[in-house]
Ligand binder design. Structure first.
Ligand code: CIR
Length: 265
């Protein structure tokens, strides 16, 4: 089944990005662009067809495309990002996704960033953060329940998004910083903890059985590799200054929908 990775070019205005937990540091645009290209190369090497959307100076954070939508089997949900400055990103992402999925929308008073949505099998964990509220969790629940997904809200503290604290590293395995999200929400999963010196290391992209992971976290990478997980390292240090990690730079999904089950074989 072919995998699409939707990405979005780095905005020339990335220096004006939103920041919540980080102090502003100068971002080298050309370097950020080159790192983003390296990230896209890694996705291609792991079998994704990369489709890059254009950006503009009016959307400084557009490269973090994950926040504009959530794609599951059978549906793409266009979000209503918690930061007002990011809402204009959604239209272009919706136009790209309608080729692959029926669309649904998070509506006012709901706010939701895709970075707060972690899908593990049929479970969807949604972070209650400074960007995502309970109204959006309830809307998500109504949208995905008919597709067989279970939604669980998880309180996030000390970081921007749920996926800054915990992300999927394999089927039923998560990589986690236990200071930023409650461990007991993930009792059904096998948990790998980030190295204590690398609190920002809990965000990893999972493609099939392979991982794309920042080179900035070598000690946590060792923990992943010692569990037999294959890791491709990417340098995303400039994007990290904009409070981005690796999952946020793509929306990865199957192009074709799984065939309907055969009822009478
Ligand atoms: C923001 O604050 O919205 C951006 N500067 C960073 C968003 C990163 N998104 C993500 O991790 N899903």
């Amino acid at each position: 089944m072919s995998l699409i990775a939707l990405t979005r070019a780095v905005s020339p205005a990335i220096a004006r990005c939103e920041l919540t937990h980080l102090s502003r540091a100068p971002i080298d645009f050309e370097r950020a662009r080159a790192q983003h290209e390296g990230y896209e190369l890694a996705l291609r090497a792991l079998g994704c067809t990369v489709q890059q959307l254009p950006t503009g100076p009016e959307m400084p954070d557009a490269v973090f495309i994950e926040d504009a939508a959530v794609v599951v089997d059978g549906l793409a949900i266009i979000t209503r990002p918690g930061a007002q400055s990011r809402r204009s990103e959604c239209e272009g992402v919706a136009r790209a996704l309608e080729a692959y999925r029926p669309l649904a929308y998070i509506e006012e008073p709901g706010t939701l960033d895709g970075g707060d949505v972690l899908v593990v099998g049929q479970s969807i964990f949604i972070g209650l953060s400074s960007r995502t509220n309970l109204a959006a969790v309830e809307q998500m629940q109504r949208l995905v329940a008919p597709l067989g997904y279970m939604v669980q809200a998880v309180r996030v503290t000390g970081c921007l998004h749920l996926k800054s604290a915990v992300s999927a590293a394999a089927d039923d395995v998560v990589l986690m910083n236990r200071d930023w999200a409650p461990v007991d929400a993930f009792t059904g999963c096998d948990i790998i903890y980030v190295h204590p010196d690398e609190p920002h290391g809990a965000n990893v992209v999972l493609i099939g059985q392979s991982l794309v992971y920042p080179t900035a976290f070598p000690r946590t990478r060792e923990r992943l590799e010692s569990r037999g997980l294959g890791v491709t390292g990417v340098d995303v240090s400039e994007l990290a200054k904009a409070e981005g990690a690796v999952t946020c730079c793509s929306l990865i999904f199957t192009a074709g929908q799984p065939a309907a089950p055969t009822l009478n074989p």
